[in-house]
Design a protein around this ligand. Structure first.
Ligand code: SF4
Length: 225
């Protein structure tokens, strides 16, 4: 198991401007000040493991005796033997600040800043894996991002990663959501063509969309009848 601590994060004002549709100079200035004051509360950490696939089943893979059931994951791992299960978090302090913030608009801004900081921390992990293991391209999947790989799959993922709470302070609640909430989990794997779960997700108006929905790809993966 590997731990990355003190992960540097970057939140660009241009991305905040785009996401929050800010146009006025004074709003941009306040957002910039908020980024600066809140980034000091971020303690980004990541935990990951190097694992090898034991068995490839029809719609699942077995890793260290644990079964991950997903047609999409199985297809993505067709040519892959080594995977990198992970959890990344920006820590509890930022979340506490957000929870205690009485101003709803500021809270909304903080939420967006936190999401972008978390993406930046995950990207840091991706760069770390690429450079450490000399991988030219990687993709990831997260439990709960598609109906095909539901949130219940957090259980075997956390079991695989062992004591996530002890090492980076992230635990699962009864609804299988991570605490602190600004945390992400999943499996990184090497790919030749970058895969995004968003390509198989028809949800409209999602601020987090990373790639356009592809009906053709969704049919190929067998997640759209
Ligand atoms: S479009 Fe949105 S909801 Fe769908 S997978 Fe992408 S980020 Fe998740």
């Amino acid at each position: 198991m590997e731990i990355l601590e003190n992960i540097p994060v970057e939140v660009k004002i241009a991305e905040i401007k785009r996401r929050l549709h800010l146009t006025r100079d004074e709003d941009l200035k306040s957002a910039q000040q908020l980024i600066e004051s809140s980034l000091v509360l971020i303690e980004a950490k990541a935990l990951y493991k190097i694992c090898y696939i034991e068995e490839k089943l029809e719609k699942a893979v077995r890793v260290d005796g644990l079964c991950f059931k997903s047609k999409v994951l199985r297809k993505n791992l067709d040519e892959v033997e080594r995977i990198f299960p992970y959890v990344v978090t920006i820590g509890p302090k930022f979340e506490e600040e957000m929870r205690n913030c009485p101003d709803l608009l500021k809270k909304f801004y903080l939420d967006t800043i936190g999401t972008l900081a978390l993406t930046s921390a995950r990207k840091h992990l991706e760069n770390h894996l690429q450079s450490k293991f000399a991988l030219s391209k990687m993709s990831f999947m997260s439990p709960g991002s598609l109906a095909d790989w539901p949130i219940q799959e957090q259980r075997p993922l956390f079991e695989l990663l062992e004591d996530v709470e002890k090492y980076i302070g992230v635990k699962l609640n009864d609804s299988l959501l991570m605490l602190p909430a600004k945390s992400v989990s999943g499996i990184y794997f090497p790919t030749e063509i970058t895969f995004f779960s968003c390509q198989l997700c028809p949800r409209k108006e999602c601020m987090g969309r990373k790639a356009a929905f592809s009906e053709k790809l969704a049919k190929e993966y067998g997640v759209l009848e």
